[in-house]
Every structure is written in C-alpha cells, then in structure tokens.
Ligand binder design. Sequence first.
Ligand code: NDP
Ligand code: 8X3
Length: 248
Amino acid sequence: MIVFITGASAGFGAEMARTFVNNGHQVVISGRRKDRLEALAAELGDLALPIVMDVTCKESINEALSMLPQSWRQVDVLINNAGLALGTQPAHEAPLADWETMIATNCTGLVTMTRALLPAMVERGSGLIINLGSVAGHYPYPGGNVYGATKAFVDQFTLNLRADLAGTGVRATNLAPGLCGGTEFSNVRFKGDDAAAAKVYEGTVPLTAKDIAATVFWIATLPPHININTIEMMPTCQGFSPFAIKRT
Ligand code: NDP
Ligand code: 8X3
C-alpha cells in the first residue's frame, strides 16, 4: 500500500508511519517541520518519503503532490491527521486568530487534501480516507468551543463522504479518540507551557500514539468490503461530565 499521512512529524502521525513502514508499506510523511520529517525518514529508510507541506495552504498542497515521484502517486490510504487545538479560553475571550487557525487546519486543510486525492481513488475503484476526529466533536466541554466544532465537522464530513462514495469502492472512516498522552497536542494547545500540558495527563493512564496507530492499521488492513464509519475510543480512566448547573 501507499499511505499518505498529514502531520507525520510528531505524535500520532509519526507512530502511524512507523507502523505502516514496519509492515512493509510505502508512507509519505508530511508536515511543516522539515528537520523532524528528515529525522523520521532517516529512521524508517526508503519506505518513507518526507514531503514538507502546510495543509492550510492550497499552493503548498498542490506543490507537494506535484513533487511526488511516479512510483508514489497511487495513494491507497490518505490519513488526514494534521490538526491542532489552541487554547481553552471561553468563547468570549478566545483569540479569533486561534479559531481561524484551527478551522484552516482541521477543516479546510482536511477537505483540501481529500478533494485532491479522492478523484484518482474513485477512478481506480479503491482507496481509503481516515480522518482524525475527536471525542471533542461528540461532547461539549468548557473551552472546547471551536476545536470541538472542527472535529464535529470532521465527523459529518466523513459520513457525507460515505454517502457520496457508496458503490465506488472507496472507503472513509472517522477515528475519534479521547485523552491521548505522549504527543505534542497539549504543548501546542497551551502554546509551549509544558507544565500546563503535563498537568492534563497527571494521574491518568491515557491512550498512546501506539494505540492510535494500531487502530488505524487495523482499519486500513480490513478486507475491502468492510467500511468502518466511525470509531470513538477513550482510555479506560476517562468518562463523561455531569451537566453543569450554575446555581445562584
Ligand atoms: P501533535 O501535535 O503531536 O501532532 C500534530 C501534527 O500535525 C504534527 O505533525 C504537526 O506537524 C501537524 N500539523 C499541524 N499543523 C499543520 C499544518 N498546518 N500543516 C501540516 N501539518 C500540520 O498532535 P497529535 O498527534 O496528538 O494529534 C494528531 C491529530 O489527532 C490531530 O488532528 C488532533 O486534533 C487529533 N486528536 C488528538 C488527541 C490527543 O489527545 N492527542 C485526541 C483526539 C484527536 P508540523 O508542526 O511539523 O506541521
Ligand atoms: C483531543 C481530546 O479531550 O483534549 O481531541 O479535546 S480533548
């Protein structure tokens, strides 16, 4: 298989790349940080192809795709993993620029990549798109405002892809994890405040990037007549909040 992973310079994406390469598949590893991608490519060898690409920029995506060598062009699996949360402020205090960055990355970037690679999959009658959603797209929490909304978009976009793709042989899955540690997600969310990031996982046994990579690999290696629509997964220590009632 040829697998194209967005956001492979860290976290889930890097671990997915390891899993697919270790099982003999070709993996395009993309992201903005060239040094990280090159280090991962050096670790993984010839089955990994590093491509610097910013999913928020259409030109960057087009340029990256046009640079793919001939033997890497028939992408079987697109993993739309690049994404981020910024901040946990309430809606009336959150910087608009943070909201715009989350929408540009988690929604616009994801649909631009999908639109770029989908026609060839449909033409071939096979292919798989795995989108990284989140439990934040299923359940509201304070400070989740736009991040959660972008992931709800991922949910519905994936299901609507399924509606359009039924009968084409092309599959689509939304994978929605809960609390997952050991990645840069919270360091990015708290803008480099590593102490605040570490606190998120204190006293927990969170999911790991390896758990996510194993799930993605399972989805991608199922027989072609099976489509996993949505998977929501949480660490066992995570549950649901009660309704918040502000009393006077
Ligand atoms: P990380 O911060 O560790 O990794 C995010 C990756 O996305 C990095 O490789 C980063 O690379 C890339 N990225 C960010 N912005 C862009 C951009 N504009 N263009 C290209 N690549 C970009 O996060 P995780 O691995 O934890 O998260 C991966 C995905 O999973 C995200 O979509 C996240 O929302 C989702 N998720 C995470 C959960 C968690 O608890 N960790 C739980 C549920 C969902 P670079 O900076 O080099 O561009
Ligand atoms: C990441 C999970 O709960 O931090 O998508 O929003 S959460």
